[in-house]
Design a protein around this ligand. Structure first.
Ligand SMILES: [Zn+2]
Length: 63
């Protein structure tokens, strides 16, 4: 058990201990994590577009 504790990682999605070679405890966690990353990225894009729109409006109003 000591060896197992020394060489393990945590699932990137649920945090469960997984084999050192694995990133996720199962395929579902892998899919869920990627879906979450995609969602986060989309939110970031949306925020950037909103910020740019706000900046454009500010510049247009300033003219
Ligand atoms: Zn997991």
């Amino acid at each position: 058990m000591g060896e197992k504790l020394l060489q393990h990682k945590h699932c990137r999605n649920c945090g469960k201990a997984v084999n050192i070679d694995d990133k996720y405890c199962n395929d579902r966690c892998h899919d869920e994590h990627f879906a979450m990353l995609r969602k986060k990225r989309n939110q970031l894009y949306l925020l950037m577009i909103l910020a740019m729109g706000l900046m454009a409006i500010t510049v247009l109003l300033g003219m």
